[in-house]
Design a protein around this ligand. Structure first.
Ligand SMILES: [Zn+2]
Length: 534
């Protein structure tokens, strides 16, 4: 067994490093050769994991009674990597081709608005800022859904193909397979989402009514006539902006990378070396999003950002550095296979928790020079805005996750059925009014449904775990009752907690045990509710 692992790491570690380096180069420069190189290594890694013989060997290993916990954990994780790449190669290729075909349609499609081709960003900008012309808002919203019709049939075809693969490997459907490969089960996730729904639902009704009232006032219409196109984004996933809170002005002219460095240093986490290796600012040809990468699991951690001096980038820099400190402070004595975050949602949680600080009154005071009075005045509005954002997002996650479950359970029910089902979910969880007689594949207009399948729930788990850590730190380390707007800086004990309890364990435990060891309680929505429902 140990020999198997040794050989495995010898093969996979250099490939992973090469793939990460090529992808980094590609993202920073935009060089198509580098993108090709990265794809080539990715393919080699996938091929390595598709080896049937080794997969069966791993399955045999798992039947043995392995006493050594670390050894067993490594076998489990390697097994899952192989399990995700098994199946008839022809079918696997069909799935990849279908997915690429859909993504290409997303990339090249331009919606038409009043006879003119427009980009997604232009449509989003109208929904964000148009305050007078309601007809234009409606047209923009409708235009944002045009892509749905273009890809809907393909998306259901893709779901059927994914199901075929899942069934051939002994799973009920792709929803179950994808979750199990992430060490989750449908029962666990839906159970957690049901609980969350129960905790949040009554408060969300109030929040939703408040939002509708605010919008009605803004647009000078009645709140009863609020329709999907009156919200600020096409799916109503983000909450709304507050006219009374403009954080961008506080970050104007500030050096955000330096603020982040000082903030992390104030809790004993050193990001100097990370920033030195990173690509922080806009450049010709460079990728426009942000990400963090652990190149080699030996300490070469970098972030890619395109920093501008506004609040959203402050959030993003803190967020990506959250991923980065997680990787940097992983226990380097752990075996290679365990030297990564416990789960996608645990590293997402750390990143989100630190990202939230960009809207924290104490943080603004310390790093943007707000006076005590200013900070005190703005605090209630800041809290309300964040709360709205969170609750709106949580309802949206309910829609996406439950939709995916149903889509993989019955893809044969066809486009019309899912057009209707989508709006049933949106009415039930988001309390959004379905436009009269609407029968359009609005669900297919969300790229995650096809390109990032059965992944969305992890964002929600991340928010839940972020609030759970926040509560633990407030109570046990800072000893404060301020659990709603906790300032997480200026205390070296906080960094120590993260290093010892969150980062160091790496992937040595399954996520449920990890959360319990780190916070004393199992993952649950209680702390999220305590933080965002008053
Ligand atoms: Zn992230």
């Amino acid at each position: 067994m140990r020999l198997f692992i040794e050989n495995y790491v010898k093969k996979v570690a250099p490939l992973v490093k090469k793939a990460n380096l090529a992808y980094w180069e590609a993202s920073v420069t935009g060089n198509p050769e580098k993108y090709k190189e990265a794809a080539k290594y990715e393919f080699e890694i996938a091929k390595l994991h598709s080896n049937r013989e080794e997969f069966l060997k791993l399955r045999e290993f798992l039947k043995e009674d392995i006493k050594d916990e670390l050894l067993k954990r490594q076998i489990v994780l390697i097994y899952l990597s192989y399990a995700g790449k098994q199946g008839d190669p022809n079918l696997v290729k069909q799935i990849i081709d279908k997915q690429n075909e859909i993504e290409e349609k997303f990339n090249t499609f331009r919606a038409e608005l009043n006879g003119k081709k427009v980009t997604d960003n232009e449509l989003k900008e109208i929904l964000r800022s148009e305050k007078k012309n309601m007809a234009l808002r409606k047209e923009a919203w409708l235009a944002s859904k045009q892509i749905g019709k273009v890809v809907a049939k393909d998306v259901l075809e893709l779901a059927k193909l994914r199901n075929k693969l899942a069934k051939s490997l002994g799973y009920k459907d792709y929803f179950e397979m994808a979750l199990k490969l992430q060490e989750q089960t449908p029962e666990e996730i839906i159970g957690l989402f049901d609980k969350l729904d129960n905790e949040i639902s009554p408060e969300y009704q109030k929040v939703k009514a408040d939002i509708d009232k605010m919008l009605a006032r803004r647009y000078k219409i009645s709140s009863k006539s609020i329709m999907p196109w009156h919200y600020e984004d096409p799916f109503f996933q983000e909450g709304i902006s507050f006219d009374s809170v403009n954080l961008d002005k506080y970050y104007k002219g500030k050096d955000l990378a330096n603020i982040a460095k000082d903030f992390y240093a104030s809790i004993g986490l050193d990001v100097t070396d990370i920033l030195e290796r990173s690509s922080l600012y806009e450049k010709e040809g460079k990728m426009q999003h942000a990400f963090c990468t652990d190149i080699d699991r030996e300490g070469d951690v970098r972030i890619l950002t395109n920093i501008k001096d506004n609040e959203s980038w402050m959030d993003t820099v803190l967020h990506e550095l959250g991923h980065a400190v997680y990787d940097k402070y992983l226990d380097k004595n752990l075996p290679y296979v365990l030297r990564e975050a416990c789960h996608t949602f645990t590293t997402e949680a750390v990143a989100m928790l630190f990202g939230r600080q960009s809207k924290n009154p104490e943080f603004l005071k310390k790093y943007c020079g707000l006076s005590d009075r200013e900070a005190k005045n703005i605090a209630p509005q800041l809290y309300k805005m964040q709360k709205f954002q969170q609750l709106v997002f949580s309802r949206w996650c309910q829609v996406v996750t439950r939709f995916e479950k149903e889509m993989y359970a019955h893809p044969e029910k066809g486009v019309d059925y899912f057009n209707n089902y989508w709006w049933q979910l949106k009415e039930k969880y988001q309390l959004i009014k379905k436009p009269k007689d609407r029968n359009n594949p609005d669900w297919a207009a969300k790229i995650h449904i096809s390109a990032y399948p059965v992944y969305y729930h992890n964002y929600m788990l991340g928010e839940l775990f972020a609030s759970q850590m926040n509560f633990y730190i407030a109570k046990n380390i800072i000893h404060t009752d301020n659990i709603k707007q906790t300032f997480l800086g200026d205390n070296k004990e906080i960094g120590k907690y993260f290093i010892e309890k969150i980062f160091k364990p790496g992937a040595r435990y399954r996520w449920d045990r990890f959360v319990k060891e780190a916070t004393g309680d199992e993952l649950n929505p209680k702390y999220y509710k305590l933080q965002f429902v008053d």
